[in-house]
Design a protein around this ligand. Structure first.
Ligand code: DPN
Ligand code: ZN
Length: 322
């Protein structure tokens, strides 16, 4: 009887100590960016491949495979608790769609936005370009929901239509915003082609980009450095959807694993893969299907997205950065 009481009291004390430590750790430690499960990202790519196969082999603007892609991503986000809106526009005689997803909470006057294009060219399924960016962003968003991430800044995602026709969707969406709405967006990070089969590890250069862009470049470079991956900076210029944001004076950044450009011998040394071959030999071709992806590159870049989401929007990380 006496022994049992003693044990009981020891157990109770231990439980109090443990909960005290756990409470302190939760309050002080930064919200650690999670590792995004590769299998989940791949599952989205498989679905986008099936959508193309069921719709004439592509997911291009104005074709049924594009709308089916929007419905797939929107369905997942709605089920996870995002506030989604579909912004429509007209281009080349067809209706285009941008999908915007807001994670409830955070200061909307300090909005951080992440996006990439969801459409492909008519030649193929558009899996590396840009099923990879679309799927990586989707799985990071679903992880935000799974963890019920509490943000101080407001977190928003965008999937753009008709990029392949000249950055149309993102341009129309930015143009639809009032000056006050544009001013709420403090940064836009873009992910277009992040699983190239002969990958490079490129971070968008901030040269010529709005104030604040250099910090985004550094943040993404820091992720890769921590993961033991060397990076190079690249000037993406007007080749993807960050361009409209940059023109609106919004800080931009992003990552890219390469398109039609060829890997140099020096790059093959540091990154592996094949020198003198395109980063993506199937760029804008029918062979850009589910096998046209380097899973390691896709996984690393998706974890880079998660690192940026957590670091830029989660409260403890903001405190430690201040
Ligand atoms: N946005 C892609 C295209 O216009 O086909 C390719 C690309 C992505 C190029 C990212 C540069 C950087
Ligand atoms: Zn593209």
């Amino acid at each position: 009887m006496k022994l049992r009481l003693v044990l009981g009291s020891v157990t109770a004390t231990a439980a109090l100590v443990v909960s005290g430590i756990a409470g302190t750790a939760t309050a002080a430690a930064p919200a650690a960016p999670p590792t995004i499960p590769t299998a989940n990202i791949q599952a989205h790519l498989t679905e986008l491949g099936k959508i193309a196969a069921a719709n004439g082999g592509n997911r291009a603007h104005g074709r049924p495979g594009y709308k089916a892609s929007v419905d797939y991503v929107k369905g997942k986000l709605d089920a996870a608790g995002f506030r989604t809106t579909v912004h429509t526009f007209t281009q080349s005689g067809a209706t285009g769609y941008n999908l915007i997803a807001d994670w409830p909470g955070g200061d909307e006057n300090n909005t951080i936005m992440f996006g990439g294009h969801l459409d492909g060219v008519t030649a193929g399924a558009g899996i590396n370009d840009n099923g990879t960016g679309s799927s990586g962003l989707l799985e990071v968003a679903l992880t935000v929901a799974k963890q019920q991430l509490k943000t101080t800044k407001h977190l928003r995602f965008g999937w753009w239509g008709a990029e392949e026709l000249g950055l149309i969707g993102s341009t129309r969406w930015v143009a639809s915003l009032s000056a006050a709405q544009k001013a709420q967006i403090k940064a836009y990070l873009n992910f277009d082609m992040i699983g190239s089969p002969n990958p490079g590890y490129f971070v968008y250069s901030s040269a010529g980009q709005p104030t604040g862009s250099a910090a985004l470049t550094t943040l993404l470079e820091n992720y890769f450095r921590g993961a033991g991956v060397q990076t190079e900076q690249t000037s993406v210029g007007g080749r993807s959807d960050h361009a409209a944001f940059a023109r609106a004076g919004i800080a931009t950044g992003g990552t890219f694993t390469g398109a039609e450009g060829r890997k140099t011998a020096a790059q093959a040394q540091k990154w592996g893969g094949t020198a003198n071959q395109a980063y993506d030999p199937c760029y804008h071709r029918s062979c850009d299907g589910v096998n046209n992806v380097n899973a390691t590159a896709l996984s690393r870049n998706t974890n880079a997205i998660a690192h940026a989401v957590w670091t830029l929007t989660a409260p403890a990380a903001l405190r430690s950065a201040a």
